[in-house]
Design a protein around this ligand. Structure first.
Ligand code: GAL
Length: 482
């Protein structure tokens, strides 16, 4: 039977009941013709939600499988059962303890579904614990068994992996995210048995996800930049606990504005395909975060590749995943120093301001068109919203600087709207954005005592940056909008 469905990436997805799908940092399990999708739910005391679908496109909510009101019961000596710290009734993360990246495995031996997840106290990320819950059915009410530090280690971003021999592993970021630790689980999957491997010590990896393909293990992971996207990396090995390759980049500089959640193997007609599921976190509002489903490809047995597609058509009966895309032609311009995105804000009186704002995918103000400016090498940087160009603040006769610091956005195109994008000679990432007329470069930073919501954007003399002072305020990344 044909079962074709088209997924539109990074749009707001709703379930069959018309409610937003809340399943971030999630996981999927296949059973009886359905894919069950578990993930974070930060609304009304809910912690982990579950949906199911037979085509990966239309999702039926199965409700919250873990909530603040879930039954609790310890299976370990001195495991903390606290889900709702009494000193904090409500907070910006949602109510009570924070639960992130829930993953569920089915244990053949006990018949139980075992959920592993990341637990925090709801005030900060200092406790860094893992937590466990179980259920007799895949989408029933899970019983919460508490949180703990595995063998005393910190444990933040996490995943699980069930090997072909039935053994299972919990993998999580330890030592303040510096190391990724691999633990073998006990036969019932309820406890940590042994720390079997430390991956890439000191490299600060997050958001791990593991698959095994043709006997080779692949692990994808992100760098550690909170809700901001970064260049994803992967590695491979022929043994989970043996020697792994170095980390190699996959996707683009922002992993197409995603962070890995999990990879789901799709089996049809004996062929395996692998679907990458990423979270597009919105740092300006967690609840505006979206999802991205993209097929992974494998150019060779130990190479993994991810390409962007606006839409994918999945046909589970034939194992076909057809990607479709049109390039947006738009860019975001990120200040490497301030970690803010250039925004062209048009005031009510028609005046335009250029500031550095917190990343927001919905913001049209943060989208720019970078177009050639006649002569080779120069570009104009035009705001998508308002159509005005980045311009230095020169007097109309073009001779005298009126305010040498300010950057304007003008709708006419004076000569001082031409810029060059210069790669750093020191191998640092990002470009200098240099004005052709004045030779000055863009810079973004925060003034004394200024709130950090908006960075100020200026033009200044290019100066050699002293990395001891932090990140370079004159470096910018020109990123593609997907
Ligand atoms: C990310 C992490 C997310 C969440 C977030 C909070 O780095 O991958 O799962 O913990 O930080 O800032």
């Amino acid at each position: 039977m044909e079962n074709r469905a088209t997924i539109r990436n990074a749009e707001a997805w709703i379930d069959n009941g018309g409610e937003p799908i809340r399943a971030h940092g999630g996981w999927m399990l296949q059973q009886d013709g359905y894919y069950y999708w578990f993930g974070e739910d930060r609304t009304d005391g809910r912690k982990v939600s579950c949906y199911r679908s037979s085509d990966l496109c239309h999702w039926e909510s199965r409700g919250a499988v873990l909530t603040l009101a879930s039954k609790v019961g310890s299976v370990y000596y001195r495991t903390s059962l606290e889900l709702f710290p009494s000193d904090k009734e409500d907070n910006s993360f949602g109510q009570g303890s924070v639960i992130e990246r829930p993953k569920v495995l089915h244990n053949e031996r006990t018949g139980k579904y075992v959920m592993w997840m990341h637990w925090e106290n709801g005030r900060n990320y200092n406790d860094a614990r893992c937590a466990v819950a179980t259920c007799d059915t895949i989408d029933g009410e899970y019983v919460y068994h508490g949180s703990f530090n595995p063998i005393g280690h910190m444990s933040r971003d996490c995943t699980v992996f069930q090997d072909t021999d039935g053994s299972a592993y919990f993998i999580s970021a330890a030592r303040d995210n510096a190391d990724l630790l691999v633990y073998r689980l006990s036969d019932d999957y309820l406890s940590i048995e042994e720390h079997v491997k430390t991956l890439w010590p000191g490299q600060y990896r997050e958001a791990p996800a593991v698959i095994k393909r043709n006997g080779i293990y692949f692990l994808v992971t992100s760098a550690c930049t909170g809700w901001l996207p970064n260049q994803g990396a992967y590695a491979y090995s022929d043994s989970l606990t043996g020697r792994w390759s170095q980390l190699m980049p996959f996707g683009d500089a922002t992993t197409y504005d995603t962070q890995p959640a999990f990879i789901v193997p799709l089996q049809s007609r004996g062929e395996m395909t692998y679907l990458y599921v990423g979270d597009r976190w919105d740092p300006s509002n967690y609840h505006h975060s979206t999802y991205v489903f993209l097929p992974l490809s494998f150019p060779s047995d130990n190479e993994l590749k991810l390409e962007w597609a606006d839409r994918i058509t999945i046909d589970l009966s034939n194992g076909i995943i057809e990607p479709q895309s049109e390039p947006s032609g738009l860019h975001r311009i990120k200040s490497c120093g301030a970690e803010r995105y250039l925004a062209l804000v048009i005031e009510k009186d028609g005046a335009a301001e250029v500031t550095g704002n917190v990343l927001s995918y919905a913001s049209e103000e943060q989208k720019w068109i970078v177009e050639p400016a006649g002569e080779k090498g120069y570009v104009r940087i035009r705001g998508k919203a308002g159509g005005r160009c980045l311009t230095v603040n020169l007097c109309s006769d073009g001779e005298q600087l009126r305010d040498e610091q300010a950057v304007l956005a003008r709708s006419d195109v004076p000569c001082c709207s031409e810029w060059s994008l210069e790669d750093a000679s020191d191998g640092e990432s990002g470009v200098l954005i240099r004005n052709r007329t004045t030779g000055k470069v863009l810079s973004a930073g925060f003034g004394e005592g200024q709130d950090r919501k908006h960075a100020q954007v200026h033009v200044t003399e290019a100066s050699k940056h002293d990395p001891r002072k932090g990140r370079d305020p004159q470096r910018f990344e020109i990123l593609n909008v997907y």
